[in-house]
Design a protein. Structure first.
Length: 174
């Protein structure tokens, strides 16, 4: 992702009928994670400095362990966030906006302002070595639940698709 905005931009929002924040990555200026409506502590990391950043969030139901990686480096690792919860199927996944109801009730102050590329979702926690490797190439990896190609042709609103992606690997971010 790349942004220099100062609002509470939301890069990723998954909502189900029962819970608008089933899986939410909130505020690129001071990230937080929500799982099943329960919030993580603040992460005290930002990615709104106008440069490309690789952001990866992982969560495991069995023990509630969640991790936040920025540019391949682990910045937080804690336990017990919604331990035993199952992410419910049949929801709405939206990039760039928080859903305050299933598939809607958007608040413009929470709109993502910047660029997103290569968004992927896996059903398992990736090894740290894989995350580090993927952070060095902006177009690596394909999720087994959602992969980038699932999103780029479903664009709505004032978003623009840029092909090929203008992202840069970690070594040449600018």
């Amino acid at each position: 992702m790349k942004s220099s905005a100062t609002n509470n931009g939301v890069p990723f929002s998954y909502a189900v009928q029962e819970e608008q924040n089933e899986l939410l990555i909130f505020n690129y200026g001071d990230f937080k994670l929500a799982i099943g409506g329960k919030w993580s502590p603040r992460i005290y990391e930002s990615a709104n400095d106008g440069r490309w950043h690789h952001i990866c969030v992982s969560w495991r139901s069995s023990d509630g362990v969640w991790q936040f990686y920025k540019d391949g480096s682990l910045h937080i690792h804690t336990r017990n966030l919604q331990k035993g919860h199952t992410i419910r199927a049949g929801g709405s996944l939206v990039l760039g906006q928080e859903q305050d109801s299933l598939g809607g009730s958007f608040d413009s102050s929470q709109s993502f302002q910047g660029s997103l590329t290569n968004v992927n979702v896996w059903s398992y926690v990736l090894p740290a070595s894989t995350i580090k490797s993927m952070s060095k190439s902006c177009l690596s990896g394909e999720g087994n639940v959602y992969q980038w190609s699932d999103f780029i042709y479903g664009v709505k609103g004032k978003a623009a698709v840029v092909i090929p992606s203008p992202c840069y690997p970690l070594s040449s971010r600018g």
